[in-house]
Design a protein around this ligand. Structure first.
Ligand code: GLA
Length: 354
């Protein structure tokens, strides 16, 4: 039996840029999916979150629209790629909340893939794992997500944010200073990528890029935008500005200019809310209240339309700050699943204890 820990992720900045070959800056967090498992003839799995045990054969990989799809998807893609994998008996648990915009599905899939890699000596690199798990989402689950979540969960490093160029997959780690405290507020509005406007937005933006004959949003400039329809200009314009903001945020972080970093985050929120229309009342409220209570800055994180917001705080007093914002939220919205977490950047998927 071995135990694997697979983190969730939070995106500091660079939202909806990863499916346009743009810049992102996420980090893996200290909330995990954990799985304890060993080799077995069939697939025999238990999930604590769903309190369910399921048993199926390795060639029984039809989708059933439940949590086991994420296991079947990993098997299916690995087999398609020619890997020789056997069964598992495994138990899944952990403290990473499901449906909160912290990438629980990518975390779960990477946990399964890492476990299989360890048990059956598949020799898959971390980068390859990220790409294969993205394939699981794109081709098996049916969500056209980008690479950000899988990449940060596979390659995260303790205390570091990751500047990823999603066009070249080059990654540079940027240290997060101790005094920068990060709070994630979960709105309690469950969001499923499948049912959100995510795929629609992606199509709109891809269409705009095609008409400009650009492969990466990094190569789109403000002049190019003039050729687009008003709606396309609004959507792609946001992405072009967001790419710039990621680079500015990276610089601010490198220079320890946390005030500047905070301002960039809040500006990013205003832009995504107005021009990408990916926010909602709850997220806007959390951003506004965070700033009112003295945050350096705040923005929605993840796909939006619910899910979570991140607020940055400097030094002491983060617990009181988080509590105040959360209380204001609870007074205004009755969302049972709302929660907050003070997170730290952590290592990517790994064997427990490593
Ligand atoms: C989801 C997707 C990511 C990314 C974000 C938005 O988390 O899985 O690939 O597109 O939304 O930035």
């Amino acid at each position: 039996m071995i135990k694997i820990k697979s983190p969730g992720r939070v995106n500091l900045i660079g939202e909806h840029t990863d499916y346009t070959g743009g810049h992102v800056m996420p980090f893996a967090i200290d909330l995990d999916t954990s799985v304890k498992g060993g080799k077995n003839d069939c697939i025999d799995v238990y999930s604590k979150a769903f309190n369910k045990r399921e048993k199926f054969e390795i060639d029984e990989l039809e989708k059933e629209d439940d949590w086991t799809d994420h296991i079947k998807g990993v098997y299916s893609i690995l087999k398609e790629e020619g890997y020789d994998v056997g069964g598992i008996k495994a138990k899944f648990e952990g403290d990473l909340p499901i449906g909160s915009g912290l990438s629980a599905s990518a975390s779960f899939e990477l946990a399964v893939m890492y476990l299989l890699d360890e048990l059956y000596d598949l020799g898959i690199s971390r980068k390859e794992m990220a790409l294969l798990c993205q394939k699981v989402e794109n081709e098996y689950i049916g969500v056209s997500c980008g690479i950000m979540d899988q990449f940060s969960i596979a390659l995260g490093k303790k205390g570091k944010a990751m500047h990823i160029d999603t066009d070249t997959l080059e990654c540079e780690y940027v240290g997060i200073p101790e005094e920068l405290r990060m709070v994630v507020f979960h709105t309690g509005v469950k969001r499923e990528l499948k049912s959100s406007e995510y795929n629609d937005r992606r199509e709109e933006v891809e269409e705009a890029m095609r008409s400009l004959e650009k492969e990466s949003s990094k190569d789109v400039n403000l002049k190019d935008l003039e050729q687009l329809s008003e709606m396309e200009r609004k959507r792609l314009g946001y992405i072009v500005r967001e790419n710039d903001r990621v680079l500015e945020a990276k610089e601010a972080l490198e220079e320890d200019d946390l005030e500047k970093l905070g301002e960039i985050l809040t500006e990013a929120h205003e832009d995504i809310a107005e021009n990408y229309e990916a926010s909602c009342e709850e997220l806007d409220f959390l951003v506004e209240k965070s700033n009112e209570h003295g945050a350096l800055g705040a923005r929605l994180t993840g796909a939006g339309w619910g899910g979570a917001a991140i607020a940055l705080w400097k030094g002491e007093g983060v617990d009181d700050f988080a509590e105040q914002v959360f209380n204001d939220y609870k007074e205004n919205f009755s969302r049972e699943d709302a929660e907050y977490y003070i997170v730290k950047a952590s290592e990517g998927v790994r064997k427990a204890g490593e």
